[in-house]
Design a protein around this ligand. Sequence first.
Ligand SMILES: *Cc1c(COP(=O)(O)O)cnc(C)c1O
Length: 226
Amino acid sequence: MNDHSDVRENLDAVKAEISAAEQEAGRDKGSVTLVAVSKTHDGARIRPALEAGHRVYGENRVQEAQGKWPELKAVFEGVELHLIGPLQTNKSDDAVALFDVIESVDRPKLVHALARSMEKLGRRPACFIQVNTGEEDQKAGCLPDDTDALVAQARDAGLDVVGLMCIPPFDEEPSLHFALLADLAKRNGLTQLSMGMSGDYETAVAFGATHVRVGTAIFGARPKLT
Ligand SMILES: *Cc1c(COP(=O)(O)O)cnc(C)c1O
């Protein structure tokens, strides 16, 4: 598809749904930030959203983001780029250099690598601690029981911990996971919650999400990655 006008329409529709969900939940208008997840999509597909004024984007791979975002950031001012995918410690410098928010901090080793990179580069991206609320073997994130300790470690290391992030199990009712994440955040004095994707972001707003990460509903289906 060469005509990307659908992106603008999808973006407007998602924003309208977020506003409606905020209102329905009795939340302040504009209290939920839409992180438009542009992973796998190229610059041509992302541009209509940038041209429409949207500035907050999510990518899950450092290398892929390095390939397209420096150029887009140079053209469009005020872009806020979120890393939402697993981060290897050897990519920590690259992540700190490019991203404005790192949502996938999930283990002590990564906390320390990020702290070193931030010191070295003089940049301090905001961080979310990712929690594996479903305790799935294959999924990134710290276990719910380890969350308090990891938050404390990240704070001690000097990271700017702003909130928690989760990806509920694909086949479970997400609201239980959203409620658990909200509880864990509250008891750690954290006010930001990154939760909710294309299929469940309205539910997430009802459970207190401050950030929803929406890809497919804006940019369309992704090519299947094996
Ligand atoms: C891909 C991805 C999303 C967006 O998922 P959609 O279902 O396409 O909205 C959100 N969060 C994370 C961590 C992702 O990797």
